[in-house]
Design a protein around this ligand. Sequence first.
Ligand code: SF4
Ligand code: SF4
Length: 317
Amino acid sequence: MEYRLLGATGIRVSRLCLGALTISPLQRDLPVDEGAQVILRALELGVNFIDTSQFYRAYPPIARALRECAKRDEVVIASKSYAYDGRGMEAALTEALRELGRDYIDVFMLHEQESMLTIRGHWEAVEYLLKAKARGLVRAVGISTHTVRAVRAAALVPELDVISPLINYTGIGITDGSKDDMEAAIRFAATCGKGMYSMKPFGGGHLMDHIDKALGYLLGMDDLASIAIGMKTKAEVEMNVRLVGGLEVPDDLRKATTSIPRRLHIDDWCIGCGNCVERCPSKAMMIRNGKAVSDPARCVFCGYCGAHCSEFAIKVI
Ligand code: SF4
Ligand code: SF4
């Protein structure tokens, strides 16, 4: 496994980052022990970087895996929160520290920023994180985003150390531009000294038939210290470790990992409230004839909409 420094943070991360959204209740909802086993397999194979969020509710399997991992002190955790003020961010960080059983979180970020305006709107939360950083509770502060605009904005904010942008070779999921626009923004942010790690390399499942091309594209981007991939089985971990390491993937392993199609299921009992439409970062959800309908060409199967459905009518399956 190759390791790189995450910008100027001094934090050394594996080129492959385990994205915990996939095992979380928002997606596959694995039992804690099963999720922990997936994470442990990744740690055994040299992955030292885990991406999660307060919103994913995935701290329990990560904590379980850390307890069982002899090298737990070398594991780098990045988490994030939608909190916009100091009190909310303090609660989010306290929860992460308590649930993960850690004295500090390596990277703590504002979740899903859209522009300089939203970053400014969350500035109290950033100020809290800066104080936490000064006390050693956080090592680096950053944002995650699906927009080109926010990458360019965060690049110019000296207080932000890390940016986690969405990028893949088709650009699916980027809400305000093409993959070329995002690539240029990532290059710009890296020249500003930001630590960069990407998400959604396979477009939430759309590019699973082209994983070599999809990963090859990102591995060719030197400005990305790491690539976060959602993994929900040990076979997926083993395949991605091999791919990132430039090793052949045996056919049976490839079949076991790429033959699981994903889709968004919306139950008949949807009441058409529109909460999911507002929450969809990919603008893939709409209301038609009083019911929610998703556009399969835009949906990246993140499951965020389901977490905001009071009727529990949405599932990623
Ligand atoms: S949030 Fe749930 S109930 Fe509301 S429109 Fe979406 S699917 Fe329907
Ligand atoms: S429709 Fe739901 S699962 Fe699909 S991209 Fe939007 S929020 Fe994510």
